[in-house]
Design a protein around this ligand. Structure first.
Ligand code: PLP
Length: 386
């Protein structure tokens, strides 16, 4: 036990505690609640994918992989990006495999943000962006999404820009709200980013989970954006392996040189046999092409089963999260309500308020439907009793 931490160090993030995902998952365990809080699947991973990793280990692929990623995996990624986004970049210079999307985001922010640089962050926002910006001495500038439908308010983005703005961080499909960007949003982004000479950090980890026949608008589809953007992806989301923590970042080679300077000292390289397994599995298009159909069925099952409840769903066009408003049920703030439902009704969700910098209380909770159908049915039964 250190008696006087004051003299020993100064915290760089004094106001940051444990993430809400960890807090709610722990509470779900403690109270034996159904866990629809943290975003992870409760169903089995493909046995083929496991076998590919297993084979790679048995064949002796157990030492350091090359720093930018296994060439075989970069090749599979290139083919999947060409197939999906007509991407025709340089597989050796423009892709880096990272320790999950989290490491990619951190490396991109660290590579480019200097003390005093401002970074626009659209709120509610995934919780890793702001601490990473602050650790670089950067200044996060929050811009609220429209509280009605969580679309981008471009006039508010314009108002938040300054001489010091260096980067904008975007996320579509969006965690926690399930909203997505339209072509018009991408056109506005392209215009702002080019006029103001901004870097764009585009968190696209749910790129393959998009519903109702809509198309994911990747920065990789837009030449004006591509040259100034870093697009971040995660195998955890695409192949139901969140615990493997493997992702990748795609960026122009000039940007990638700088990103790799951080990556090589943060992580150096990523788990070799898992990269082999992912490369083989990703090479077969069937393994990712229908992910949206799989999750759309789960979203619809959840919505169908909670139709008679007092919760009101907010439109979810992508991701595996459904927001539910409890305006008609309680005045409790979101954190208190999430805690109350976990303890009293044995169902864990995530309050949306911690995804904002300032105080917020919209009476909305986030439920993860990346679950077996029977888990979804059980959860819906509980929700209908509340
Ligand atoms: C929007 C968003 N970005 C990044 C991540 C982190 O992904 P990974 O687990 O690959 O680090 C997540 C995980 O939940 C996420 O929801």
């Amino acid at each position: 036990m250190i008696r006087n931490t004051n003299q020993l160090f100064t915290s760089k993030l004094p106001d940051i505690g444990t993430t809400i995902f960890t807090v709610m998952s722990k509470m779900a365990d403690e109270y034996g609640a159904l866990n629809l809080s943290q975003g992870f699947p409760d169903f089995a991973v493909s046995s083929k994918l496991i076998a590919h990793v297993n084979n790679a280990m048995r064949q002796g692929h157990n030492q350091y992989a090359p720093m930018p990623g296994l060439p075989f995996l970069s090749e599979s990624i290139t083919n999947s990006l060409a197939d999906t986004y007509n991407w025709n970049g340089d597989k050796d210079a423009e892709i880096t495999v990272t320790g999950g999307a989290t490491e990619a985001l951190y490396s991109c922010i660290t590579a480019f943000i200097h003390p005093g640089d401002e970074v626009l962050i659209l709120e509610p926002a995934y919780d890793s962006y702001i601490p990473a910006v602050r650790l670089c001495g950067g200044v996060p500038v929050p811009v609220q999404l429209n509280p009605e439908d969580f679309s981008v308010q471009w006039d508010k983005v314009e108002e938040a820009l300054s001489e010091k703005t260096r980067m904008i961080i975007i996320n579509t499909p969006h965690n926690p709200t399930g909203s997505i960007w339209s072509k018009a949003d991408m056109a506005s982004l392209e215009q702002v980013a080019m006029e103001r000479n901004l870097l764009v950090l585009s968190d696209e980890v749910y790129d393959r989970i998009i519903f109702d026949g809509l198309q994911h608008e990747s920065v990789l589809r837009y030449p004006g954006l591509r040259e100034r953007s870093m697009a971040v992806f995660s195998f955890g989301k695409t192949f139901h392996v969140t615990g493997w923590k493997v992702g990748y970042v795609v960026a122009a080679s000039e940007l990638m040189v700088e990103i790799r300077k951080v990556h090589q000292f943060l992580n150096f390289s990523v788990n070799t046999p898992i990269q082999f397994g992912l490369a083989t599995y990703l090479a077969d298009k069937k393994n990712y092409q229908n992910l949206h159909v799989f999750y759309e069925k789960k979203r619809d099952l959840f919505l169908n089963r909670i139709a008679g409840s007092r919760f009101v769903p907010i439109k979810c066009s992508g991701t595996y999260f459904q927001l539910l408003s409890y305006d008609a049920i309680s005045d409790k703030d979101e954190c208190t309500m999430a805690e109350y439902l976990t303890k009293e009704y044995k169902i864990a969700s995530i309050p949306v308020s911690p995804f904002y910098t300032g105080q917020r209380n919209n009476h909305i909770l986030r439920f993860c439907f990346a679950k077996k159908d029977e888990t979804i049915e059980k959860a819906a039964e509980i929700i209908c009793r509340i």
